[in-house]
Design a protein around this ligand. Structure first.
Ligand SMILES: [Zn+2]
Length: 253
C-alpha cells in the first residue's frame, strides 16, 4: 500500500514490547488514528521528541490491511508545545483537553472542526491565554461540534435571559435552562448559573474561533461554567473524566 500523510496531534502514547510505541492521534481527515511506530523507543533519528503527548505532527503512515492500527513511518514536527510540559497548570489543562478529545473522536470520522479547536486550545495555552478560559471555551465548542450543544439561549419556559442576578438552573438530562421565576421545586436538579455566566457561554457558542480568546471569565463565572461543563460531560459519557481532578487541583480562576 502507498503511504498516506496527515497532520495529527498526539493524544496518547504507550510502550509496546521492547522497542515499539503505540500512538493515538487526532487527525482532521481520519478522526481518531492509532498507529504503531516500530523501533520508536530505540530510534534516535526518526521519532526522537516527536511521539510525545501534545505534539503537532505531519505523519506518514501505511494502512495495514483490515487492521485499524496503521504503521507510522515518519513524523515531521509542526509544533511540540514544549512549554505545556513545564508548567503544571498548563500541562493539566492540555491533558484534560487531549483526554476529552480522545473520549469523543471516533475512527474514520472526519472532523476538521474538532481538530481546529484542539489546535486553537493548545496554541492558546502555549501562547499564555487564560488557562481556565481555554478549558471552558474548548468544552463549550466541543459539545457544539459534536451535536450536544447545551440549550442555553434562554429560559425554556419564558424564553428570557434578562432576569438580572437571578440564578438560572441548567438541567443535565434535558440540556436546558430554567430561570428562577419559572422553576418549581419539581425541577430542582441541575447546576446553578448567574446571568453573567449564561451570557458568556452564549457568546462562546457563537463567536468565530479566532475571536474566542477575547472572552474573559472572572472567578465566579469560571467556577459556574466549569461545574456545568464537567457535569454535562459526565452526564453524556456516563463516567468520570480523571483529568478534571488534576486540573481542579491547580485551582480554578
Ligand atoms: Zn423563565
Amino acid at each position: 500500500m502507498l503511504p498516506d500523510q496527515t497532520p495529527a496531534v498526539v493524544l496518547k502514547v504507550t510502550d509496546h514490547g521492547e522497542s515499539d510505541k503505540i500512538v493515538t492521534f487526532c487527525s482532521p481527515i481520519r478522526g481518531k488514528l492509532t498507529g504503531i511506530a516500530k523501533g520508536a523507543k530505540r530510534s534516535k533519528k526518526r521519532f526522537v521528541n516527536k511521539l510525545e503527548i501534545f505534539s503537532y505532527l505531519n505523519i506518514t503512515y501505511v494502512e495495514k490491511g483490515r487492521s485499524t492500527l496503521v504503521r507510522i513511518d515518519q513524523a515531521e514536527l509542526i509544533a511540540s508545545f514544549l512549554s505545556l510540559r513545564k508548567n503544571f497548570k498548563r500541562y493539566s489543562a492540555a491533558s484534560l483537553i487531549c483526554e476529552q478529545t480522545l473520549n469523543w473522536i471516533r475512527e474514520n470520522d472526519r472532523d476538521e472542526e474538532l481538530f481546529k479547536l484542539l489546535i486553537w486550545a493548545l496554541e492558546g495555552l502555549e501562547g499564555g491565554q487564560s488557562i481556565v478560559g481555554t478549558v471552558i471555551l474548548f468544552h463549550i465548542r466541543m459539545f457544539t461540534i459534536l451535536g450536544f450543544q447545551p440549550q442555553i439561549s434562554g429560559c425554556i419556559r419564558c424564553g428570557r435571559t434578562d432576569h438580572d442576578g437571578a440564578p438560572y438552573r441548567f438541567n443535565m438530562e434535558k440540556s436546558d435552562l430554567v430561570c428562577r421565576k419559572c422553576r418549581s421545586d419539581a425541577m430542582g436538579h441541575g447546576t446553578l448559573m448567574s446571568i453573567n455566566t449564561v451570557k458568556l457561554l452564549q457568546k462562546a457558542q457563537k463567536l468565530p474561533l479566532h475571536k474566542l480568546g477575547r472572552l474573559k471569565f472572572s472567578t465566579g463565572p469560571a467556577k459556574e461554567a466549569i461545574a456545568l461543563l464537567k457535569g454535562y460531560g459526565h452526564h453524556l459519557l456516563q463516567r468520570e473524566i480523571h483529568s478534571w481532578d488534576a486540573f481542579e487541583r491547580g485551582g480554578v480562576g
